[in-house]
Design a protein around this ligand. Sequence first.
Ligand code: GLU
Length: 280
Amino acid sequence: MCGIVGAIAERDIVPILIEGLRRLEYRGYDSAGIAVLNGTSHLHRVRTVGKVQRLQEAIDLNPTHGTLGVAHTRWATHGVPSERNAHPHISNDGLAIVHNGIIENHDELRAELRAAGYTFTSETDTEVIAHRIHHHQKRVGDLFKAVRATVAELEGAYALAVVSESDPERIILAREGCPVVIGVGEDAHYVASDVAALLPVTRRFMFLEEGDVAEVRRTDVRILDRDGSRVERLVRGARASSRQMQLKKAPTSTSCSKKFTNSHARSPILCKSVWQTAAY
Ligand code: GLU
């Protein structure tokens, strides 16, 4: 299956992203990748096929550091498992996205983007989202608005996290049909498909609801619901008992698979478990 991790902090977040991916390994994956920004520097992306350890080795060979970034483990649904199809996907060099799920209307959206001059470097449905956000960003001049305009066009299931060189102080997050949580840290925020990914850095979590789009900055979070109204999502705590975290399975467990209607080359049983933490 699949996993998303992201972080924005004052310190180097690369080790946090890699450890987060390791903690999502139980979900299964075929490739992994990371994209980070360090202040005003260019977006730096590393992708590898196989285990997270291979991604770590690639980073060790070509050290990268950053204070803002996203990372992904992929379970291919559109396009073979390969480095070129691994996430993050990038549009116009500066905008990176990680995505869990399946976009059903990707063919139609890709055709429109090709007509608008976009070139595709992968076979994935996800790259369509990246270019679509870039396309809207040129029009509306704002990453958050561009993500909202894009998700309004998507049919399918997604949890996605977006960063951009042109907007290096926030991660934009959106959810429909796949789980995603925001971890609240000291002068930092984190995002992930599952709380387990973030337990080394925080025990306080906000759970996005279906249709939410969030702007995650280092010191604050702004969330709009499906209708565009500002909403607050309760910060819940994970309870610790000895060394084990007491995690309660969410009663309304959300699965990416519930929205998948088409048949695909690989099993659509993605993101099968979402765990919510018991409130303090
Ligand atoms: N559909 C996307 C892909 O094939 C995302 C798969 C996933 O959730 O890992 O790249």
